[in-house]
Design a binder for this molecule. Structure first.
Ligand code: SF4
Length: 295
């Protein structure tokens, strides 16, 4: 029978976290809530290793919301580099503008106010409240959901996300004291570095009784998850077009963009139209193209 609770004591999990967590710069003392917010926005769809250099340069250059808001949209898109999903950069710039203008340049601490900011969704709002302000709110990402699916429910993979159910599940596990925010961070870290999707390192895990292991580590039910490819996608075509614009301080011609993606012209046209529609690229009066705000 699977357990109905996580068999790990908060002290054990937090002790493991203190010993084993990754040394990440946004976890250093003195890092501000804004800088943590920037890290969370960058980490949403991008691995840590790629975020590290970009985040470091970013917060050095624009340490506060007002400094970010004062930068041009084009500079922000350039600094985003090749992190991918560049709409995040635009939303981060908008978020900085709102915090500077409406919140005295200070990131709000409560989840409901955070949720009113551009680009800040349920996960990010909770992560900021918990990591930057030590609010005892459950933070649930894919990693946490996987740990719970395995350790508590005995399943190889988590099912479909449900914010209400997932938050309730983590809330029920969190200690009811000042350890709560660290517990939440530790659960996430466990999923990120030990209870990983492909090869959980159960020998290093502080969970003493894991329902999935006790059930003999059964494989996932249902079809194998498709691995997301990047090569040949519209995302890659958008990235190539943005590379051309990032590399030029002045607007470029259509021909300069066209050579960046020759394999599939209709796909290239679609990519360009979507960049224009997202407000990341602008068309100048003389028919050339530039990063937003540079036309
Ligand atoms: S024992 Fe293994 S499967 Fe269970 S929570 Fe730990 S790492 Fe994950």
């Amino acid at each position: 029978m699977p357990h109905t609770h996580l068999t790990v004591s908060p002290d054990e999990l937090i002790g493991w976290y203190d010993r084993s967590r990754r040394d990440l710069p946004w976890r250093e003392p003195g890092v501000t809530a804004w800088q943590i917010l920037v890290s969370e926005c960058m980490l949403q769809q991008t691995p840590v290793a790629r975020v590290l250099p970009i985040w470091t340069d970013w917060v050095r250059r624009w340490p506060t919301p007002s400094a970010t808001a004062a930068a041009s949209a084009a500079d922000v898109l350039r600094a985003w580099g090749k992190l991918g999903y560049p709409r995040r950069a635009k939303r981060l710039h908008e978020c900085a503008t709102v915090i500077a203008r409406d919140h005295d340049d200070v990131v709000p601490a409560d989840v409901d106010t955070l949720l009113t900011l551009p680009g800040i969704g349920s996960y990010t709002a909770r992560a900021i409240a918990c990591f930057a302000y030590r609010r005892p709110v459950p933070v649930v990402d894919t990693n946490v959901r996987r740990v719970l699916a395995r350790a508590v429910h005995g399943l190889a993979d988590a099912g479909a996300p449900s914010a209400v159910r997932d938050h309730a599940a983590v809330s029920a596990l969190m200690p009811d004291d000042e350890r709560a925010p660290t517990f939440s961070a530790a659960l996430m870290e466990l999923g990120a570095i030990v209870c990983t999707a492909r090869a959980p390192r159960c020998g290093l895990c502080p969970v003493t009784r894991c329902a999935w292991r006790e059930a003999g580590s059964p494989p996932a039910e249902g079809p194998a998850r498709r691995v997301q490819t990047y090569a040949g996608t519209d995302r890659q075509a958008r990235g190539r077009l943005l590379d051309v614009l990032r590399g030029n301080d002045s607007p470029v011609t259509r021909a300069q963009l066209d050579v960046a993606w020759l394999t599939d012209p209709p796909q290239r046209d679609r990519a360009l139209e979507s960049l224009l529609a997202d407000g990341l690229v602008t068309r100048t009066a003389d028919g050339r193209y530039a990063l937003a705000g540079e036309g």
